[in-house]
Design a protein around this ligand. Sequence first.
Ligand code: GAR
Length: 214
Amino acid sequence: MTLQLGVLISGRGSNLQAILDAIAAGTLDARVRLVVANRPDAAGLTRAKAAGITTAVVEHKAFGDRTTFEHALVALLTRASCDWIVLAGFMRILTREFLSAFPERVVNIHPSLLPAFPGLDAQAQALAYGVHVTGCTVHLVDEGVDHGPILAQTTLEVEPADTRDILAGRLLEKEHALLIATLAAIASDRLSIEPAATGDARPTARWRGAPPRV
Ligand code: GAR
């Protein structure tokens, strides 16, 4: 099943680039139907345009509240026929307004082993805490910050020479591989999402075979 992706970004867009490269290389069965940035200066917009992808800017600052901002996002993404949404460095919290339009189909990549170090600059948080092992997580998005059922994780040992930027760079390579492996697994039905059974339960990720180790 070819995934029809909407990708939300706020900045550099290297995870978006990894998606575009994997599609071009034939290792990910997906089409990026729309890239939306909440900042007009997001460098990832240039990457999308270079790949011939339709882009939009929806500046959160231009809206009076989260609800109208999210309605604008949903309208664009549904009009573009997106069926899976990838948060690729999208630094806004999404509420039920947005999430209910794409139930169990919003995926986020985060540079820590969640539930440790959600929020901004997870790499600096991990170094400051003094962890010996960190990693990255791909998860389904719920209304919490970097929160929701985990789809895939990978680990990385912290080295004595790691500064925040060195660690972030080493993690980024893992992020790209993990995000692509997870999306490819969804596209090929090796990873499926079982909806929550009751109001309280969370959706469950079911892997056929082992989750990826990247
Ligand atoms: C990535 O490290 C991503 O994991 C992180 O932002 C960066 C975006 O880089 N996301 C979060 O911290 C989400 N809480 P990119 O724009 O080059 O993909």
